[in-house]
Design a binder for this molecule. Structure first.
Ligand code: WTA
Length: 682
């Protein structure tokens, strides 16, 4: 699977300096460890597990599984029978055993430059214990689900780890999602409590989060689901009383008080609750396969899937991938620009870094605010050594040229990473040569909410890099490429990317719907986990992700389901039918191009177009706002009535070569759609 020899030409290598102390210093070492990890996962992961605290040891097989639907129920179990607590491993162990209490866990950098806060491991532990006691006092017990809808603040990490400490299951909803999306997620996972904040700024824009949270809770109530408690952090407040928390020094938060509506029957003030809470809290010892968290990701049927991860496997996997993929060293300052509301933030801001006792930057703001140099300003300010961002951010900044980057020194940088979507070689090379000054390897990490951590990725000192390729599998991961008939392809080939066996961090089920888990990931090709991504392998064995091959699109690194967008559009009273497709976009990767057929007699105009965009934004969130909406008196369909999206994708791009359209019921529809194209979409 892994080539005997890495190619020598047309590749980029990590620096000598990096190789000297690296955890995996050469391609040969990588290959040796890879073979061990795949042939004897129990030994490989067992050795890693020794670095963690186990209240009791596992009794079952180290990794037990069935990946074949024809042989029975799909399951994955890692270290069954062992008991532990991740929060204890991330905080108590670092403070008490590894003596890292005074080490900085997070440098929090607010939206406004100069708005900052430093939190050590000891302070974080104290805050987490206090908030654990707060949750307990509100009746939250082991196994209960808690919904978290917060901006990028330290208290978000505190809230999630407090859940983990008491064995509750967090379900974080990205603060860019709409009230409707929050309501849907709260109800699906039957959360008993919501944690939110008054509001926050994204650049110059004020987001009144509490209003959205209130609206979501009202929608839940309307549907017969009652949340009794909502804990509200006053993030924008300058009122010292409101900021009292014995362990979090008031930040220089320059924003005015935000007046939020307050419902005394439901709302509780975070700061008031923390004031009286003890900072000692015995962790709840959890079983390896107890649920850890639920995180929703788009599903091709339109309804988001609650991806469930469990305790021990996820801990081992995120800790190990973080350590090796970023080659973490004790004096590193690491910065991942993702939001904790996505899996990248879960695995590589909270769990992986804290498990390694790392110091991270936690950034609330935008790469373009107050100007397009902000990222490099922060890199210099904190002397960031390892930097992890998304291709869409790189492409966006690239448009402004080299000067905003070169204004800053960036001498501290050692490793650069990307995640979320395929990175085009041009953006890769710009990142490598301009941002990293040809000194820092770029690790293009391919993975999914479902995989828990990196699955195809270079290791910075070991893997010769090819721009645009996620290179080779991480330890324990066995990829294959299948053709449409499910046959494994050897050598250079292109097809479906699948995995043949589990690794500790793979998802365990779709919350409340195991059948959907089996159908989505295991049914198409029995015996394999199907990623939904297309992939090719070159003559040197490198893997190249070609993008989604299901009804999903990737806008700025965020997965969206076309079905979800379509159902938001048809809920509008004027719309009879809708079809959404992706259209290549120079910065966002893909943008949404929608076709709508109106009900009889209704006319399409700009007001309706604006209403439809608003409708999608309100139903799903700003990330799903369509770029284009085209009037489609008819849609291209097969005789059996199936919409031919392939044809719509071509129309969206104004590509006249439609290939075989003999199955179209009415070919005249196509000419009409070409004529009606959105004129701004050249
Ligand atoms: C895409 C994000 C190419 C892919 C961690 C995947 C990538 C989906 C890469 C998962 C990459 C992520 N190269 N494509 N390096 N990383 N993707 O669940 O289509 O938000 O299936 O997890 O993003 O998105 P998700």
């Amino acid at each position: 699977m892994i080539p005997d020899k890495a190619p020598k030409e047309d590749v980029f290598h990590g620096s000598e300096d990096l190789r000297r102390n690296a955890h995996v210093p050469s391609f040969e070492k990588y290959k040796e460890l890879y073979v061990q990890s795949v042939e004897n996962p129990a030994e490989f992961w067992g050795a890693i597990a020794k670095d963690f605290f186990w209240k009791s040891q596992h009794t079952g097989r180290f990794l037990d599984y069935n990946f074949d639907v024809t042989k029975g129920e799909i399951f994955v179990k890692c270290m069954e029978g062992a008991t532990t607590n991740i929060c204890y491993n991330l905080l108590d162990l670092n403070v008490h055993e590894r003596k890292l209490g005074d080490k900085v866990a997070f440098f929090w950098e607010g939206n406004e430059p100069g708005d900052e806060l430093t939190v050590t491991y000891r302070e974080l532990l104290q805050m987490v214990c206090q908030f654990s006691n707060v949750l307990k006092s509100q009746g939250v017990k082991k196994g209960d689900r808690v919904s978290i809808y917060m901006p990028m603040v330290v208290e978000l990490v505190v809230a999630m780890l407090a859940c983990v400490r008491i064995g509750a299951v967090h379900s974080i909803v990205f603060a860019g999602f709409s009230a409707e999306s929050l309501c849907e997620r709260i109800m699906d996972s039957q959360c008993s409590l919501l944690i939110t904040a008054d509001g926050f700024y994204r650049g110059e824009k004020l987001i009144n989060l509490k209003l959205l949270a209130d609206e979501a809770l009202q929608k839940c109530r309307d549907k017969g689901f009652l949340i009794q408690t909502c804990i509200v952090l006053k993030h924008l407040s300058t009122d010292p009383e409101a900021l009292v928390s014995s362990h979090s020094p008031p930040a220089k938060r320059a924003c005015p008080d935000l007046e939020v509506p307050w419902n005394p029957d439901v709302d509780l003030c975070w700061h008031m609750l923390m004031k009286g809470a003890s900072d000692e809290c015995e962790p709840e010892w959890c079983e390896s396969e107890d649920p850890l968290f639920i995180l929703y990701t788009s599903g091709s049927t339109g309804k988001p899937k609650g991806v469930l991860h469990t305790v021990s496997g996820y801990m081992l996997y995120t800790a190990t991938t973080f350590k090796l993929v970023f080659d973490h060293q004790p004096d590193d300052i690491y910065w991942c620009t993702a939001d904790i509301g996505w899996i990248t933030g879960h695995s590589y801001i909270t769990y992986g870094p804290l498990a390694n006792g790392a110091t991270s930057v936690l950034f609330e703001g935008l790469p373009t605010y107050p100007d397009v140099s902000r990222m490099w300003d922060i890199v210099d300010k904190y002397h960031v050594t390892k930097f992890y961002t998304a291709p869409t951010a790189i492409r966006l900044l690239m448009k402004f040229g080299n000067e905003p980057v070169q204004k800053y020194k960036r001498k501290s940088l050692k490793v650069l990473g990307t995640v979320g979507e395929p990175i085009n070689p041009e953006a890769w090379l710009w990142y490598y040569s301009v941002v990293g000054e040809k000194r820092c390897p770029v690790v293009d990490t391919f993975w999914q909410t479902e995989t828990g951590g990196h699955v195809l990725t270079p290791l910075p000192a070991a893997t010769p890099l090819k721009p645009g390729s996620a290179t080779f599998p991480f330890f324990g991961v066995v990829p294959a490429i299948l053709n449409e008939s499910g046959e494994e392809l050897e050598g250079p080939s292109e097809g479906y990317l699948v995995f043949k066996q589990p690794w500790p961090g793979v998802m365990r089920t779709v919350y409340g719907n195991h059948q959907r888990f089996e159908t989505t990931y295991f049914k198409k090709f029995p015996g394999y986990y199907v990623t939904g991504d297309g992939c090719s392998r070159d003559k040197d064995g490198y893997y190249w992700i070609t993008g989604r091959i299901d009804d999903m699109l990737n806008v700025s690194g965020h997965l969206l389901s076309t079905a979800e967008v379509e159902s938001a559009l048809v809920e509008h009273k004027a719309v009879a039918e809708a079809a959404a497709v992706g259209r290549p976009h120079p910065v966002k990767g893909e943008s949404l191009y929608c076709f709508v057929t109106l009900k009889d007699g209704l006319a399409f105009n700009q007001t309706l177009e604006a209403e439809l965009k608003k409708q999608v934004r309100e139903k799903i969130g700003a990330i799903a706002t369509p770029d284009y909406i085209q009037n489609a008196p008819g849609l291209p369909k097969t005789r059996s009535g199936k919409i031919m999206r392939r044809v719509l994708r071509k129309i969206a791009c104004n590509e006249k070569d439609l290939g075989d359209i003999s199955t179209l019921a009415d070919a005249s529809v196509v000419d009409q759609l070409f004529q009606n194209r959105c004129c701004s979409a050249v």
